[in-house]
Design a protein around this ligand. Structure first.
Ligand code: ZN
Length: 422
């Protein structure tokens, strides 16, 4: 009888553990714990320093592949926080592991939660990055919003965790990534060279965003080449410009799902070029294609159809066709693969934390952040917001100061909820 009872108990525990994969792991009671309250109070008390550091970080140039100075700053700050295992990989990603207390914590713990914040920006190294702080409570500078706000939040979250001596079951692994803007290259490298975590949280987007899918993005350069010929000798000669023109026309005849479809798709020819003189067939003409959808099957189908149109146009004009990928981020948002995500802790917890902080969260199956790498690899992943702001990737980029405080609290509460407090 006692054995049976024990068996029943084990079964009950197993069932409960299974159920733990749905629903939120955040509760207001958890937020009310003295250690968590101390961490939140730390974030309030040090917010002026937080903003000062955010400005310092923004003014360090960080064009993709040139993140070294930012990485050096981050590493120096991480070294001041006790208990972190800090490392750098050959790509330039900086990792700070805060070991959990769980049974297998510390060695690729299956309960590990990764937080990814990208350090790189799209702004050339000689861009004026001087931050202007306006009376309306906004900061203005290239990169201040995307994604320096998140880098500042990640450092503050680690300091708050340490100050309040918060312990989690799962490891918290903070990854300061490189080359996010070049097709998530740093995060792809990290995920390929580390044990798979339980969940990935990226901070990249506006406050309130809860992106749990992965927008697939293929950027291609379509090149048509031939020997070229003077206009006088151009009759019936292989003609790259005509092939490119035919291909562009044909691409736009491909049927797309309607804009309001459950799984929309879109493509755009954004750039064209080739030729240097008026009086000759150019030896090369090219154009670019930006193809996007959340459906990993559809993106490959459309890509194949676009390629077929280019190959047919090249054959008709007797020119050589080659395609060069500028970047390729895989999609991971097919409805059936994301069906469970809305009830998964990674989304529910984020929504509940936002609600607790007085923000209406907006779940969205698209996303184009480091979290995509997790989604594509089947790891439950979400991208949360940093501050509010706008005009990212432009010289008029701005961010709202007050919302950064809410965002850093969100980061702290999401991470400790998902990694489970001890
Ligand atoms: Zn970004």
């Amino acid at each position: 009888m006692r054995q049976r009872l024990a068996l029943l108990l084990i079964l009950l525990v197993m069932t409960t553990a299974g159920q733990a994969q749905t629903g939120s792991t955040f509760t207001p009671a958890m937020a009310a714990r003295p250690d968590v309250q101390q961490a939140l109070a730390y974030l309030d008390a040090t917010f002026d320093k937080h903003v000062a550091e955010w400005i310092t970080l923004t003014e360090i140039p960080g064009l993709s592949t040139h993140e070294q100075k930012r990485a050096a700053y981050v590493t120096a700050e991480l070294k001041k926080i006790p208990g972190l295992q800090i490392s750098a990989d050959p790509m330039g990603n900086v990792t700070a592991k805060r070991p959990g207390t769980g049974p297998s914590a510390g060695s690729g713990h299956p309960g590990a939660i990764v937080l990814a914040v990208h350090m790189d920006t799209v702004h050339p190294m000689d861009t004026d990055l001087t931050v202007k702080r306006l009376a309306d409570g906004t900061l203005h500078a290239p990169g201040v919003f995307d994604n320096t706000a998140s880098v500042a939040n990640a450092l503050q979250t680690l300091r708050a965790l340490d100050t309040a001596k918060i312990q989690t079951r799962g490891d918290l692994i903070f990854v300061f990534t490189v080359q996010e803007e070049l097709g998530l290259k740093g995060m792809y490298y990290w995920m390929a060279h580390n044990p798979a975590p339980a969940m990935v949280v990226a901070s990249d987007g506006g406050l309130g965003d809860v992106n749990y899918g992965a927008l697939g993005i293929y950027w291609s350069k379509m090149k048509f080449t031939a020997p070229g010929a003077h206009t006088m000798n151009s009759r019936n000669q292989p003609h790259p410009a005509r092939a490119a023109a035919q291909c562009i026309t044909d691409i736009y005849s491909l049927p797309l799902p309607p804009a309001n479809a459950a799984v929309p798709a879109i493509y755009n020819v954004g750039m064209m070029g080739g030729g240097t003189v008026v009086n000759a067939i150019a030896p090369e003409n090219w154009f670019t294609v930006d193809l996007r959808t959340i459906d990993p099957v559809l993106i490959k189908q459309l890509d194949a159809q676009i390629m077929a149109k280019c190959e047919a146009a090249a054959a008709a004009q007797k020119v050589t066709f080659t395609r060069e990928y500028i970047q390729q981020s895989e999609a991971g948002g097919r409805p059936e693969s994301l069906a469970g995500r809305l009830t998964h802790p990674v989304v529910r917890t984020t929504m509940d934390v936002l609600k607790y902080l007085g923000i209406e969260g907006t779940p969205n199956p698209t996303g184009s952040t480091d979290a995509n790498v997790g989604v594509v690899k089947g790891v439950p992943s979400v991208a949360i917001g940093r501050s509010r702001g706008g005009n990212q990737h432009s010289l008029s980029e701005w961010a709202d100061v007050a919302s950064e405080k809410t965002a850093v609290k969100q980061m702290l509460l999401v991470l400790i909820s998902l990694a489970e407090l001890k």
